[in-house]
Design a binder for this molecule. Structure first.
Ligand SMILES: [Zn+2]
Length: 352
């Protein structure tokens, strides 16, 4: 499949933290042909496993999280408006004025709009005051709680602000969920590019749930897989944009994959970091460093599993993550895919 179609399908799929079913089924179909075994666990992680012919082989875990930031319906007002709570980290300033897709209990989608009081009726002071999520509401067209229920909407239904995938220009695309469907797409491409190859270790492609609400799936995944080495693949904080000084841009678009040195969740072992640098250099793959110590990733949970797991992080630079308009460059994505493929082939031998 073309990279752009893979990203489109993955970004458009619905997968708020804890409700990743649609994403999981899509990925299952993409990776099945390229691995020996596929399984899921009780909480919804998906493992695509390729075994080495060496019975004593060690295990490499590749991680990408399936979930995206979203919301959950927490109350239905008497007059039919929905109140909602965040699942994952949101900047309240960017929430009002968007359309949302609510996944009802039957799996169908209901459209809504995040309404706000018109500026015409607000005082100058009210217009300046920041809105909190508690003050916001969703209008689904229902005039009463009964009407909302007739439409199938219930407390506990998950929702996203939905923007369909689109190309801004040749090689630059925008979609609602590149954090971390970009990482999922890298893992799918890596499974394909290394298909049929015995790289000397067992390789487990782990597509995990619930990163955005606290690295939940990665923790239970690492416990089960017992990896000797792990690489988390993320869509991360591109901030090369007006108003942001260069020294505060965690990563930049157009500079290739970002290798993490340290973030809030991990200080990467020097052994792993140096090996990753050498492998990228030898393969002539340009890369950048993700500036310390912004953000956290699944590697934070994985490296603390059991007795400790050597872990690295490679990211696709994405602007506007944790918004419905994440944006990336396909050349960065392709280079990340290439780097992760090289790491699968070479990193275990280099560090284990
Ligand atoms: Zn992420």
């Amino acid at each position: 499949m073309q990279t752009i179609d893979l990203l489109r399908q993955l970004s458009d799929a619905f997968g708020v933290s804890g409700f990743e079913d649609e994403v999981r089924e899509l990925i299952r179909a993409f990776v099945s042909p390229h691995v020996d075994e596929i399984k899921t666990d009780a909480l919804g992680n998906l493992f695509a496993i390729r075994r080495s012919s060496n019975a004593k082989a060690k295990t490499l875990m590749l991680d990408a999280h399936m979930d995206e930031v979203g919301f959950i319906v927490k109350w239905i007002d008497r007059d039919g408006f929905l109140r909602f709570a965040p699942l994952g980290g949101w900047d309240p300033r960017i929430i009002p004025g968007h359309r949302v897709k609510i996944q009802t209990r039957s799996g169908e989608f209901q459209t809504g709009v995040i309404g706000t009081a018109p500026p015409h009726i607000l005082s100058a002071e009210q217009r300046k005051a920041p809105l909190s999520i508690e003050q916001m509401f969703i209008d689904i067209g229902a005039a009463s709680v009964e009407e909302a229920q007739e439409m199938g909407v219930r407390i506990g239904d998950p929702l996203t602000i939905h923007y369909p995938f689109e190309s801004l220009r040749e090689g630059v695309v925008t979609g609602k969920a590149f954090d971390d469907r970009a990482g999922c797409a890298v893992l799918v491409e890596t499974a394909e590019s290394t298909a049929g190859q015995d790289v000397g270790v067992n390789v487990v492609f782990a597509f995990v749930f619930g990163e955005e609400v606290g690295l939940r799936g990665a923790r239970t995944a690492a416990f089960q897989i017992e990896p000797d080495l792990a690489i988390a693949v993320e869509g991360t904080i591109g901030a090369d944009m007006p108003g942001v000084p260069e020294n505060s841009q965690p990563v930049r678009l157009g500079q290739g994959p970002a290798i993490s040195i340290a973030d809030r969740s991990i200080v990467v072992s020097r052994k792993v970091l140096h090996a990753m640098e050498s492998i990228a250099d030898a393969a002539s793959i340009p890369y950048q460093y993700k500036l310390p110590t912004y953000g956290g990733t699944d590697a934070g949970a994985i490296h603390l599993s059991r007795g400790g797991v050597l872990s690295g992080i490679v990211s696709v630079p994405c602007r506007y993550i944790h918004s419905p308009t994440s944006t990336l460059r396909l050349d960065d994505f392709r280079l990340t895919s290439r780097l992760v493929t090289e790491l699968v082939k070479q990193l275990p031998t280099a560090v284990l």
